[in-house]
Design a protein around this ligand. Structure first.
Ligand SMILES: Cc1ncc(COP(=O)(O)O)c(C=O)c1O
Length: 394
């Protein structure tokens, strides 16, 4: 077993991962794994997915050499433009794949959690496309701050269920979506939006997102003749980062996942589970968590709803342990500065999540001087306009 062929048969990435779920779900997850194995070996199914990724979703997304921001910083910055994918973020790579897999299993109802609303919109989109019923669980706090996406989901025909438990953000929405799935698992697929959760989800979501890294590497080689020196992506649950990094694991490219540093390193002020967390089990897998010494989840904070999660996908915990990738933080403030800088220098308004990846590079520009860096622009900032304008005092 190598880093590229993980997870093992029990769903472990080294010491992390696994399947910690009640008996009812154990059977459903085993059936999902079996169906995915068949799907992955089915050339017709893969061809249909590939066709949809290009003709419907808009792949390949461009790799753009951001010349203005590069010359201002002395870092050769290349943006992988997942913000240009249909629905405005990388999430559609995964929802297209999983919705096809759900149909493959004969399921006609999708449930999903969402934080920033991008995964909710991407799920509602494929549900409309494939004529499936769709229920999205979303925390009340996130409903308020990501209202444009709530409206899009409703317009697409999804039912958006407000979640009022806990901090009313992503963790609480995952709890509710899982509860729904336990009750309705026969005809329902839980379309999990990140590389988190019990096996086989971290593997499935990583595989569907890996198209990002494969494309980016080929595009970088075509444009510059070589691999980048570094590749940087923001980490919430970790799907856009896993999608970019997987292709480069073990290649010598410096892989940097950027977590939400929030307001400060004090518990409750950030969402940086790899940087400040400890091992534990949440949402069916063993990984790094922000928890107190009694194993209760810490409250979390980020300016960006999509990074506001006290856990992270188990493969990232493994990559960190094995030093196959490294992880750092970017504060709310530096993310906002990066968001404004990109907007004004290149005419691209990034999502606040993606702004964390760029923010890390801009605030550590000396580390990257004269190096080439791919920054994953995981999504566009339309959903964040109110927050950006308010925080920037515009
Ligand atoms: C644009 C965007 N980027 C990043 C993320 C974080 O998710 P992940 O870490 O799974 O890529 C989200 C989550 O909603 C998002 O909407």
């Amino acid at each position: 077993m190598t880093a590229l062929t993980m997870p093992d048969a029990r769903g472990y990435f080294g010491n992390f991962g696994g399947r910690f779920v009640p008996e009812t779900l154990a059977n459903t997850l085993a059936a999902l794994e079996e169906a995915y194995t068949a799907f992955r070996a089915d050339a017709d199914a893969l061809k249909t997915l590939d066709d949809m990724l290009s003709s419907y979703a808009g792949r390949p997304t461009p790799l753009y050499h951001a010349k203005h921001i590069s010359s201002a910083t002395g870092v050769r910055i290349y943006l992988k433009r997942e913000d240009l994918l249909h629905t405005g973020a990388h999430k559609l790579n995964n929802t297209l794949g999983q919705a096809m897999l759900a149909r493959y299993m004969g399921k006609r109802r999708l449930v999903a959690e969402t934080g920033a609303g991008q995964h909710g919109v991407a799920t509602a989109t494929v549900a409309a496309l494939m004529d499936m019923e769709c229920v999205i669980y979303m925390g009340e706090t996130d409903i308020e701050r990501q209202m444009p996406n709530v409206k899009r989901m409703k317009l697409l025909g999804a039912r958006v269920v407000p979640v009022t438990a806990g901090g009313k953000t992503l963790k609480d929405s995952v709890n509710e979506a899982m509860r729904d799935w336990v009750k309705n698992c026969t005809g329902t697929h839980y379309l999990l939006g990140s590389v988190a959760g019990p096996h086989p989800f971290p593997m499935i979501v990583r595989d569907f997102q890996s198209v990002i890294g494969r494309e980016a590497r080929a595009q970088m080689r075509a444009q510059t003749g070589s691999d980048p020196d570094a590749a940087v992506a923001c980490v919430g649950g970790g799907s856009n980062a896993a999608g970019l990094f997987h292709e480069f694991i073990g290649s010598g490219v410096d892989l940097i996942g950027v977590e939400a540093g929030g307001r400060s390193y004090a518990p409750g002020d950030h969402s940086a589970s790899l940087t400040y967390g400890t091992e534990g089990i949440l949402h069916g897998c063993l990984t790094m968590l922000l928890q107190n010494r009694h194993g209760q989840m810490d409250p979390v904070h980020s300016i960006s709803a999509g990074l506001d999660y006290p856990s992270v996908g188990p493969e990232h915990s493994y990559w960190k342990d094995e030093k196959l990738a490294r992880y750092a933080t970017c504060s709310d403030r530096d993310a906002l500065v990066a968001c404004l800088a990109l907007t004004r220098a290149e005419g691209i308004i990034p999502a606040l999540e993606s702004s964390h990846a760029l923010g890390y590079v801009l605030s550590n520009r000396r580390q990257f001087k004269n190096r080439s860096v791919i920054v994953n622009l995981s999504g566009r900032g339309d959903k964040d306009l109110d927050t950006i304008l308010k925080e920037a005092g515009i």
